[in-house]
Design a protein around this ligand. Structure first.
Ligand code: 3PG
Length: 330
């Protein structure tokens, strides 16, 4: 969809501003509670400054008020999992575009962004290898009994079920095949041909995936449809010794169901990169079968930061200079 960057400026300031004036004064704010690697910030700065724009940084902020203050004069915003809700958009009086440097954009209130005439984008695929590598790392950690010294098992020969075959799921499949795993996948929105091209066996229901897989790796987004959808019904279908790996979102898990099921089935392991709301309960009850990273680490590599951060900066520059809205999500 085409988009004119003149319109929101006119709307916000109540008058038409010359494009050259507009471009001279553009302020791009990078607001990251969990910062990018320095090398990525340097890259973002180069892109922004080469376009003649100004870069502002708000890193490791601890209170929303800091974000509300920082966005007040920003024309564009680059974020990660940082929450951009109606209050942030109200405070961001000059904002024309927000880019989530990453895949999932459930942290942006898209309706509020649209109401505020703010374009929202993501940078699909840019951090997916990093997340996929972490998913495989969690699998190795699980089959080797959390490196506790006891004899474990191998990934080779096991069946991996990939739940959603998007950018991360495809990278997980590629790496898992290197381990000698059999890879199957379920994705209601992906044609079988995309899976078959990657030597992945398509299955046609979530139930079939969970029944057949020794390990399920979650790559579904958090939407109204998927929230709490990974529930007792699905997980209980998994075979003995099953492992559930979550590098997607905590909201997709029905935590009450999982807590109950793990109490009933002492063979079940859960490893996650997104700390559950009930983390303490999981630790207390299942210390030897449950693991969570302390902070979401999947995309936390220099490479992923560079790829996603610089893609976000380039998308913003392109948006202002040419009106390109290719990765718009609202
Ligand atoms: C994503 O949606 O791109 C990943 O979950 C990574 O999120 P992060 O940028 O907050 O690490």
């Amino acid at each position: 969809m085409g988009y004119s960057y003149i319109l929101p400026v006119t709307h916000i300031k109540g008058k038409t501003i010359e494009l050259t004036t507009l471009l001279d004064t553009m302020k791009i704010l990078v607001a990251t509670e969990k910062p990018f690697a320095k090398v990525a910030v340097d890259g973002i700065r180069s892109v922004v400054e080469a376009a003649g724009f100004e870069l502002a940084l708000l890193e490791k902020y601890t209170e929303k008020k800091q974000l509300l203050d920082a966005v007040s004069d920003a024309d564009a915003l680059i974020i990660r999992s940082d929450k951009v809700d109606a209050e942030v958009l109200d405070a961001a009086r000059q904002l024309k575009i927000v880019v989530r440097a990453g895949a999932g954009y459930d942290n942006i209130d898209l309706d509020a962004a649209t109401r505020h005439n703010v374009v929202a984008m993501n940078t699909p695929g840019q951090n997916s290898n990093a997340v996929a590598e972490l998913a495989l790392g969690l699998m190795v950690y699980a089959v080797r009994n959390f490196y506790n010294g006891a004899s474990g098992t191998e990934l080779k020969g096991k069946t991996l079920g990939i739940h959603a075959f998007g950018n991360v799921g495809r990278n997980v499949a590629r790496i898992a095949q290197g381990f000698g795993m059999k890879v199957i996948a379920f994705d209601a929105y992906c044609p079988d041909s995309a899976m078959l091209d990657a030597n992945v066996e398509p299955v046609h229901s979530a139930e079939e995936l969970y029944e057949k897989a020794n390990i399920v790796s979650l790559h579904i987004p958090a939407t109204e449809e998927t929230k709490k959808s990974i529930n007792r019904h699905l997980i209980s279908l998994m075979p003995k010794g099953a492992i559930l790996v979550n590098t997607a979102r905590k909201e997709v898990i029905n935590e009450d169901d999982l807590l109950q099921l793990m109490a009933e089935r002492t063979d079940l392991k859960y490893l996650t990169d997104i700390m559950p709301a009930a983390h303490e309960q999981f630790v207390d009850k299942f210390a030897d079968r449950y693991f969570s990273t302390p902070k979401k680490m999947g995309a936390q590599t220099a490479e992923a930061n560079i790829n996603a951060g610089i893609a976000a900066a380039k998308q913003i520059v392109d948006f202002f200079k040419t009106g390109n809205t290719r990765f718009r999500v609202n």
